[in-house]
Design a protein around this ligand. Structure first.
Ligand SMILES: [Zn+2]
Ligand SMILES: [Zn+2]
Length: 297
């Protein structure tokens, strides 16, 4: 590892290790705008730094890069902890998990995971993945990341998301009440926990989810882990025409608000300042503040 990486543990292990050095580390990472690759390297230097990263630095990264989403996810919890842990949330912010074949979704070749340059997380999108009775849950979901396939016309779309307070969610309650079994052979790519197949659980509002993703309603699957991380895949339908979406609104009616009128507007972030983007999308004269765009520097 490089010289800079070996310098960090010396700071942490000096006589006055503790708050002082934690502050120094926080300042160093802040000056680097919480670059995730540097933090991954630092956290792998030794056990002490890994513990510090797990306790503090991953949380700081999430707060810096996605402050609004992070504070929404931790609403009501005073102990600065998050279900599934901060490293998992940080990974979820920046890493597309790729996909391989599962029971209800077959691909000819696995598609590798990768870091992402930019991701938008949206609560509005998240509602499209919740059945009516679970629509009160707060779920952030990304747009699909397009993965071309060699021998199939359509691309695979891979998306991810996270529930707020999953332990208290209606979705979890449904899964438990229906005694849905964990999906064998699939683990959460973010925290390693066991997952439920939402297809097997019959908890996918297919039409709204497919419409949100640009897929068809028999061509998607997503999993939710014990800690409320979501990862999923779908076949993306190539955009061909101005498809009329006006006839499939029944799934959207429950709990809907002013944002159900169609796809998310472009959040206009292309000329962004390079820092954390939280799009404040204005629709119908109201500011919708449930979308977060993060970018890798
Ligand atoms: Zn991807
Ligand atoms: Zn997980």
């Amino acid at each position: 590892m490089s010289e800079s990486a070996t310098r960090i543990p010396r700071l942490a292990e000096s006589a006055d290790s503790g708050i002082f050095n934690e502050r120094v580390l926080v300042l160093i990472f802040e000056s680097m705008k919480w670059d995730i690759h540097t933090l991954i390297q630092a956290a792998s230097v030794n056990r002490k730094l890994r513990a510090l990263a797990n306790r503090l630095l991953w949380r700081e990264l999430c707060l810096y890069r996605a402050p609004r989403m992070t504070s929404t996810l931790t609403e009501g919890s005073s102990n600065k902890r998050i279900i599934g842990g901060w490293p998992a949330l940080a990974k979820l912010l920046f890493f597309c998990s790729g996909c391989e074949s599962t029971r209800h979704f077959q691909v000819s070749h696995p598609s590798p995971g990768h870091f992402v340059k930019s991701t938008r997380f949206s609560k509005t999108s998240g509602r499209s993945f919740l059945t009516k009775r679970c629509r009160e849950d707060v779920l952030y979901v990304t747009d699909p990341c397009e993965h071309p396939t060699a021998d199939k016309q359509d691309d695979v779309g891979i998306y991810r998301g996270v529930f707020r307070a999953f332990m208290k969610s209606r979705t979890r309650e449904c899964l438990i009440r229906r005694q849905v079994e964990f999906e064998s052979g699939v683990r959460c790519p973010y925290c390693g926990a066991r997952v439920w197949s939402m297809m097997a659980a019959r908890l996918i509002p297919r039409r709204t989810a497919a419409r949100r993703l640009g897929s068809t309603d028999d061509a998607l699957e997503y999993f939710v882990c014990l800690n409320g991380h979501l990862h999923g895949m779908c076949w993306l339908v190539p955009l061909s025409s101005n498809d009329d979406v006006g006839d499939d609104s029944e799934e959207d009616s429950a709990g809907s608000s002013s944002d159900d009128g169609g796809d998310d507007a472009d959040d206009g972030s292309a000329g962004g300042c390079g820092d954390e983007h939280e799009s404040a999308d204005v629709r119908n004269g109201q500011e919708v503040v449930d979308e977060v765009q993060i970018e890798e520097f």
